[in-house]
Write a protein that binds this ligand. Structure first.
Ligand code: ZN
Ligand code: ZN
Length: 392
């Protein structure tokens, strides 16, 4: 097998990656509003000679790099959106957009995607197959993956394999995490807390019983599937946990319900959660109680297929050394899960913290930042993996 020195080439791109990333960091844009970002992406890719389609799924960009010879099509997907967070860092590339911040690292993802386009645009003549670059809008819970898919991003040509990555602050610079099977959760979990007023079981008129209220909430929720959802769509609403009280003769202060929603489409899922909240608050209020709800995001699980995962693992081992490739699953969610339901692929994590406190903040923290050298590793790994499909 030919060894491509992508590590050196990615290292040579370092200044460019930093320049692009910092510019995007200064000018973050929320989901489906990434017009400036998409403009930069489209202009850069057009300049590299790629066939570019803008406005995919509103603000997404798709670009095809066709090799000189036929072969597989590999989708390389990068998300572009920022978050509604006020940045609290003091570095020189701090967000200029009040209340909006690249707090998840998607600025780095876009920079890496453009770096990869640069690397492969030079190699078009040596490629057997195509790379399809997808710059996706609105990953942060707004349905960007579904939007680009509905707009045909996975057709003409349909990719044979899909690759994506996330800079990941829980992982140290120089390491990566690659795991076969579910890598990120299909998370649609809710917790309803019903607050009442505790008292003696023999004097219920002096208390406000949250158990009675919560019991009615459980029953009411079962009408959502039968009365609110389209009979053609499959939906499940289940309560799996009901906890309240400590003994037989005390009315407790609160009852807690935990449950899950399963469905096949995002719009239905959102509607179901809206109805759960309406029912829980209004039914609880009817019994003099107060209900609150917490939910965890709603996406398909990220499921890594065996063969592409083996390819990515080999690529990552080549770039970082086998001892630095760790198995990893996370309960965080990613709408790449929707793409991986259609196209076999691998989603992996690139370590980006370096021991200094500024790079150890959790994703979505108002001081989130990463070691920019991680972008070199991400580009090198993805280039190596893609090359295994489209180069000899
Ligand atoms: Zn995020
Ligand atoms: Zn993210």
């Amino acid at each position: 097998m030919v060894i491509h020195d992508f590590k050196q080439e990615a290292t040579d791109l370092y200044n460019d990656l930093v320049r692009v990333r910092r510019d995007l960091h200064r000018h973050p844009e929320l989901g489906f509003q990434e017009t400036r970002t998409a403009g930069i992406v489209a202009e850069t890719l057009t300049g590299l000679g790629l066939e570019v389609q803008a406005g995919v799924g509103q603000t997404g960009v798709v670009a095809l790099l066709e090799g000189a010879r036929p072969g597989p099509t590999v989708l390389l997907r990068f998300d572009m959106d920022a978050l509604p967070i006020q940045e609290e860092s003091a570095h020189e590339y701090v967000s200029l957009n009040p209340g909006v911040m690249h707090a998840c690292g998607h600025d780095g993802h876009v920079a890496m995607g453009l770096g990869l386009a640069r690397i492969f645009a030079r190699r078009q003549a040596d490629m057997a197959g195509s790379l399809k670059f997808l710059f996706q809008p609105a990953e942060e819970g707004l349905g960007g993956a579904l939007a680009v898919m509905a707009d045909g991003a996975l057709e003409n040509p349909r990719p044979d394999v899909a690759l994506a990555m996330h800079l990941w602050s829980p992982v140290h610079l120089g390491q990566a995490r690659v795991v076969e099977g579910p890598a990120m959760a299909s998370s649609s979990v809710f917790t309803i807390t019903v607050e009442g007023k505790g008292g003696h079981g023999a004097a219920p008129h002096l208390a406000t019983d949250p158990i009675i209220a919560a019991a009615h909430v459980v029953v009411a929720l079962q009408s959502i599937v039968s009365r609110n959802t389209d009979p053609h769509s499959s939906v499940v609403v289940s309560i799996g946990e009901f906890s309240a009280g400590t003994t037989f003769n005390v009315i407790p202060e609160r009852a807690v319900l935990k449950g899950t929603v399963r469905s096949y489409d995002t719009a239905t899922h959102r509607m179901v959660y809206r109805r759960i909240l309406e029912m829980a608050t209004n039914v609880a209020a009817a019994f003099g109680c107060v209900a609150t709800m917490e939910t965890v995001a709603i996406v398909a699980s990220v499921n890594n297929a065996p063969e592409p995962t083996a390819v990515v693992r080999a690529a990552a081992e080549g770039v970082l050394g086998a001892e630095n490739i760790l198995e990893h699953r996370t309960m965080a969610a990613e709408d790449m899960g929707f793409i991986l339901q259609e196209i076999p692929g691998c989603y992996f994590f690139v370590g980006c913290s370096n021991g200094s406190p500024t790079t150890h903040h959790a994703h979505h923290h108002p001081q989130f930042d990463f070691d920019e050298r991680a972008m070199v590793n991400g580009v090198a790994i993805m280039a190596e993996a893609a090359a295994r499909y489209v180069m000899d």
